[in-house]
Ligand binder design. Structure first.
Ligand code: C2E
Ligand code: MG
Ligand code: MG
Ligand code: MG
Length: 285
């Protein structure tokens, strides 16, 4: 009786679950691939503002899946599967092509404002990633100086020397390099010091409690000092209140991105928003 419940039965249940999960992944992978082909993805743009001047310095492109039945889906519901299955490479190609096409369109309207986009570690598995990025941008007539590549802290710390060299070369050619979600992984401080780097984005978990907790402020101030010490600028991300913004500005952060100033917007709304932001005397201080 007991043996029946453990051994065989358990094993069978386990493999059924595995098979189901495997099937779910295959389904999602196929759905994502079809969605790319059907043009169901769209980029939302979240402004980044300079603390010093209040000007919009650029934006981060954030992927959205305009699902025909389920509506607008956020990345957390599909990026993890896309990364596990490898379909992120296809999605990532689409993001870069769309970034290039938006920047080219804006350039023709006399708008030169930088766009940042997220790069998944799996995209770097492809040896020709950097060369294809150059080609996509130059085919669109867009200089590298208009893009910023965001790598997560763990991706930046784990990538090979070869990839680091590629990143350094791209940066010398004008691209901006950012580390995303800094403070959640384990940074190799020697690498951080030598890494080709322009900006570091503080992880939201670091700044969440800075209004109420002196300890949280001490930690953020130390991190800010460390990043400045290696010559990079700081982007405070997911800033939700004016009080948080005040503290981060006083600590020396250069740039702010968060709901307190602007949510991610689709292209047209973003362009209108930035125009109004420039006309008005919007201040982030
Ligand atoms: P991320 O790159 O760290 O992007 C910032 C996330 O914080 C965005 O979520 C943004 O909407 C959110 N955010 C910004 N300001 C605030 C705020 O004040 N409060 C709060 N609560 N959230 C704020 P989103 O768009 O849902 O993206 C989540 C993650 O999905 C991104 O985190 C990034 O890791 C990933 N992701 C998005 N687009 C892409 C993409 O094109 N490629 C890859 N590989 N990953 C992407
Ligand atoms: Mg367009
Ligand atoms: Mg990001
Ligand atoms: Mg982030």
């Amino acid at each position: 009786y007991r043996a029946k419940n453990s051994g065989g039965g358990r094993y069978c249940l386990f493999s059924e679950e595995l098979a189901e999960e495997h099937q779910r992944k295959i389904d999602t992978e196929a759905a994502l691939s079809e969605a790319v082909q059907r043009g169901e993805f769209v980029l939302a743009l979240q402004p980044q503002l300079s603390f010093a001047t209040g000007e919009v310095s650029g934006a981060e492109a954030l992927l959205r899946w305009n699902h025909p039945r389920e509506g607008m889906r956020l990345p957390n519901s599909f990026i993890p599967v896309a990364e596990q299955t490898g379909i992120i490479a296809e999605l990532g190609d689409w993001v870069i092509a769309e970034v290039a096409s938006m920047l080219a369109e804006w350039q023709s309207q006399g708008i030169e404002r930088r766009l940042a986009f997220n790069v998944s570690p799996r995209q770097l598995d492809r040896a020709d990633f950097f060369q294809r990025l150059r080609t996509t941008l130059s085919d669109a007539g867009v200089p590298l100086s208009l893009v910023e590549l965001e790598f997560t802290e763990s991706a930046a710390m784990e990538c090979s020397q070869h990839v680091l060299d590629e990143i350094a070369a791209l940066r010398r050619e004008g691209a901006s390099i950012a580390i995303d979600d800094f403070g959640t992984g384990y940074s190799n401080l020697a690498r951080l010091r030598t890494m080709p780097l322009d900006r570091v984005k503080l992880d939201p978990s670091l700044i969440k409690d800075i209004e109420s907790s002196e300890q949280a402020r001490v930690v953020v101030q130390a991190v800010v000092q460390l990043i400045k010490g290696v010559g990079a600028e700081i982007v405070a991300e997911a800033v939700e209140t004016a009080a948080q913004a005040d503290i981060l500005r006083a600590m020396g952060c250069e740039t702010v991105q968060g709901f307190v100033f602007a949510h991610p917007m689709f292209e047209e709304e973003y362009l209108n928003w930035t125009q109004n932001a420039e006309r008005g005397s919007r201040s982030v201080a």
